[in-house]
Design a protein around this ligand. Structure first.
Ligand SMILES: C[S@@+](CC[C@H](N)C(=O)[O-])C[C@H]1O[C@@H](n2cnc3c(N)ncnc32)[C@H](O)[C@@H]1O
Length: 202
């Protein structure tokens, strides 16, 4: 599901970019047990491309394949990344419920705040599990049901209403698809977000 105007402004601004570049990069590096040097990474729901920069510059991924459902976001990402060597990344319109990459083909998948936007979130998790190689890593940041149920989110943003998840339910869904959570998801922003990691069972 695409963002409405209010959430687009909340996501596409320097504060969000700084948060991804500094805090989330540090969280993900720690959760990964180091950086992603030499690894091929898929970023689902890449938005305007800040996550691609984080994965290349701060986690040192070798290549990032990034996609987003919204062509307007992909236009922004292409403009943001246009000065980088083409060999480091690809960005395209795509759906996390139907990822075009082959089975067991990537070392890591990263989602910065995306799955709570996907109506069939279980299909998205299944697809992420499919494309990860055995022992491959998922890094996730997401938003729990109780936050989506607040007046602010219901009034100002547009999200799927059915089958949302709390952090522990998200971890349970990962495990059902062969993604073994590395510890419990970590609660952030006074309970309004969570981050974590999981590894594809061999
Ligand atoms: C909250 S924004 C996060 C964007 C970016 N990852 C960031 O952190 O700034 C959620 C993004 O997920 C995208 N999205 C929603 N459903 C999607 C799907 N099924 N497949 C791929 N992207 C999706 C939206 O278009 C939007 O860009």
């Amino acid at each position: 599901m695409r963002l409405n105007t209010i959430e687009r402004v909340a996501m596409n601004n320097p504060l969000r970019a700084a948060h991804q570049q500094h805090r989330e990069a540090a969280w993900f590096r720690r959760l990964a047990g180091g950086d992603l040097a030499g690894q091929s990474v898929i970023e689902v729901g890449c938005g305007r491309g800040v996550g691609v920069e984080v994965l290349l510059d701060r986690l040192h991924a070798r290549h990032v394949t990034a996609f987003d459902l919204d062509p307007a976001m992909i236009d922004k990402a292409e403009r943001r990344l246009r000065h980088r060597p083409a060999a480091t990344h690809t960005v395209a319109v795509g759906d996390s419920c139907a990822i075009v990459q082959p089975t067991a083909g990537v070392d890591a998948v990263v989602e910065f705040g995306v799955i709570h936007h996907v109506p069939d979130r279980r299909a998205a998790v299944a697809e992420i599990a499919r494309v990860l190689r055995p022992d491959g890593l998922l890094l996730f940041e997401d938003v729990p049901r109780h936050t989506l149920d607040t007046w602010l989110f219901r009034t100002c943003t547009v999200h799927p209403r059915q089958d949302r998840f709390e952090a522990d339910e998200f971890a349970d869904e990962l495990a059902r698809h062969g993604l073994r959570p590395i510890g419990a998801p970590e609660i952030r922003f006074a309970g309004h977000a969570f981050v974590g990691a999981a590894r594809r069972v061999r």
